[in-house]
Design a protein around this ligand. Structure first.
Ligand code: 6PG
Length: 293
């Protein structure tokens, strides 16, 4: 089966791209990474990219570090972040930072100052606050956020002025995975983190994985210029069907809450797409990817 694309909605901002194999999927994702990083550097001289965690992106990171792709990225202008992190040390086998460092960052000429690790050694809550302050400084250009200063994410309610719009750093590209329960980043079903609208990054205990997680919130994710979900394997076919063409229930399926202002690409392999799209002939009206307002 050749690769195919289905436009998921009528304003052509949501796409489902299906590749025949996991290998060709990683090629597609690597080309997407190169393309969107390049567009951002053209536009603003730098590309702020959030990497996803888990096991799926490892093959993508290894491909980006390979001869075929590494030279296509202007690494000196790329800043990498993590859309979520486990509350473990940076050298722990479960660290999303460690996986990306070993598979990619240690093999390409990205300046150390451009690698923005979640400092889990601070403890989950402080690491989340520290991460948020760092992205406000580095991406949004907000001066040092101190406990006494008004939080830049909460619109000021100064009576003399209209409430100011919240300051939100805009990522050029956010990579996301999806768990078989429909979670993404560390936004798990029915977790309080799903309701947060005045923070960029939060920490919370996740019973399913019995650990603290640090995660981007919906406001930060949905401010992105481009979001790519990378999903492969038959094990994700059922949840992908529920997320894309099932009932809209983001509390149950948090991936449905990702409705970015920019473009959204679902990049999947044929195994993962097995229950939603077996060919480009699918009537587009079956894929009304609803915007969760
Ligand atoms: C994490 C991730 C998480 C991941 C999904 C899919 O820290 O685990 O960020 O959201 O993307 O759980 O994980 P797999 O790629 O291992 O299936």
């Amino acid at each position: 089966m050749p690769p195919f694309v289905i436009v998921l909605n009528d304003d052509s901002t949501y796409f489902l791209q299906v590749e025949p194999t996991a290998q060709s999927l990683m090629q597609l994702a690597a080309k997407g990474f190169v393309f969107w990083a390049g567009k951002a550097i053209e536009r603003r001289g730098v590309a702020h990219i959030a990497l996803s965690g888990g096991s799926t992106p490892k093959a993508l990171f290894e491909l980006l570090a390979s001869e075929a792709f590494a030279r296509q990225v202007f690494w000196e202008r790329v800043h990498v972040w993590w859309s979520d992190e486990r509350d473990v040390p940076a050298d722990d086998k479960d660290s999303n930072y460690k996986m990306a460092h070993d598979a990619l960052l240690s093999r390409v000429p990205i300046p150390a100052a451009n690698v923005h690790r979640v400092k889990t050694e601070l403890g989950a809550a402080d690491a989340a606050a520290d991460y948020e302050a760092e992205m406000l400084r580095v991406i949004a250009g907000v001066d040092e956020v101190t406990p006494s200063s008004p939080h830049p994410l909460i619109p000021s309610s100064d009576s003399h002025h209209e409430p100011s719009a919240p300051i939100r750093p805009r990522f050029d590209l956010i990579l996301l995975g999806m768990g078989d329960d429909g979670h993404t980043a560390s936004l798990f079903p029915h977790s309080d983190a799903l309701q947060v609208n005045d923070r960029l990054v939060v920490s919370h205990f996740v019973p399913k994985v019995n650990m603290q997680r640090i995660t981007f919130t919906y406001p930060l994710i949905n401010s992105a210029d481009t979001v790519i979900f990378l999903v492969n394997g038959a094990g994700k076919a059922g949840v992908l069907r529920r997320v894309l063409i099932g009932d809209v229930q983001p509390a149950e399926l948090p991936s449905q809450g990702v409705v970015p202002q920019g473009k959204l690409f679902w990049m999947v392999d044929a195994d993962a797409a097995g229950e939603v799209a077996t060919g480009p002939g699918y009537p587009a009206d079956e894929f009304i990817y609803r915007r969760v307002l």
